[in-house]
Design a protein around this ligand. Structure first.
Ligand code: GTP
Ligand code: MG
Length: 295
């Protein structure tokens, strides 16, 4: 008898949803950064353990959108939550709930959907304070389980699988058993480039970055990729290129090294920077960059 469950991972930006997805799969399928609003689309991560197939859906962090891109992101998060069998709602250890978290938790708590409340980043808090937070959450909300974890250290992941057990339903597997994501390779590549840019650039630039893959060819174990890094202003372009082109070179080198490791081939990466003013508010450009609803 084969079983599956669709599990949506949701919560405010930067709580560690994508870190958890990667940790659950043991594969990097979603990029991670210290900056909020890193994830922009739904990312499916699939884990098949014998008869059981877990389909985890990582989503953009819940926030009040200020751009059309933000609106798209929130739609993605909402749709994923509506389509799933289980909600895994992630919050941060020992941090007050913000109004969006409070409202979302009230909503799920009063609905019938199975709800796992996951408290992440317990590695950096005091145990006594965590215990108080757990008591207070239990008084405020209905949930099927409350699981303290550290996604980064991989602690508490067994607890998640244990609590998912009652919600596995008899069904055929929806994905091949050896597949771990539905993202095309070139999209993973674009995301790797964006992750390196997020990590290396100062705060004001990264939110306005998008990556387009213009050419993607594999021949005799060499992958040739031409990519464009889009930003919103000339001033940002200067920062991204850096003095004597050093910043862009660094972004490219880090991205190439990781891609070589993930895809197991030699990579030649040709990376360019272009300005597309206010692309996050321009429907045509958003669609071009892949931010369009499929459903
Ligand atoms: N100390 C600690 N840091 C963590 C843990 N899990 C994630 N982080 C860090 O939290 C930051 C955000 O992680 P992400 O996985 O990108 O968070 P996210 O919820 O996917 O964020 P968005 O995509 O922006 O919504 C990164 O710097 C992670 O390294 C954890 O268990 N402990
Ligand atoms: Mg994320």
């Amino acid at each position: 008898m084969t079983r599956t469950a669709f599990i949506t991972i949701t919560g405010k930006p930067n709580v560690g949803k994508s870190t958890l997805l990667n940790a659950l799969l043991g594969e990097k399928v979603a990029i991670v950064s210290r900056k909020p609003q890193t994830t922009r689309t739904r990312i499916t991560g699939i884990l098949t353990k014998g008869e059981d197939q877990y389909v985890f859906i990582d989503t953009p962090g819940l926030h009040r959108p200020k751009t059309l891109l933000g609106e798209f992101m929130m739609k993605q998060a909402g749709n994923a939550a509506n389509d799933s069998d289980v909600i895994l709602f992630m919050i941060e250890a020992c941090s007050e709930l913000n109004p969006t978290e409070q409202a979302s938790l009230e909503h799920y708590s009063s609905s019938k959907v199975p709800l796992l409340l996951v408290i992440n980043k317990v590695d950096r808090v005091d145990k006594g304070k965590l215990a108080k937070q757990i008591v207070s959450l239990s008084e405020q909300f209905r949930f099927d389980a409350l699981i303290p974890i550290s996604a980064e250290k991989g602690d508490g992941l067994d607890g998640i699988f244990h609590e998912l057990e009652p919600f596995m339903t008899e069904s055929v597997h929806f994905f091949p058993d050896d597949e771990f994501t539905d993202q095309p390779e070139r999209q993973i590549f674009a995301e790797i480039i964006r992750e390196k840019a997020l990590r290396l650039l100062s705060d004001e630039v990264p939110h306005g970055i998008a990556v387009g893959i213009e050419e993607y060819k594999e021949k005799k174990d060499v992958l040739t990729v031409r990519a464009e890094l889009y930003c919103e202003r000339e001033a940002h372009k200067k920062i991204i290129i850096g003095k004597n082109g050093e910043m862009l070179k660094k972004i490219g080198t880090y991205a190439r090294e990781e891609a070589e490791q993930i895809f197991g081939v030699r990579v030649y990466l040709d990376l360019w920077v272009k300005v597309k003013e206010n692309w996050r508010d321009r429907p045509g450009l958003l669609a071009n960059f892949g931010f369009k609803d499929e459903d």
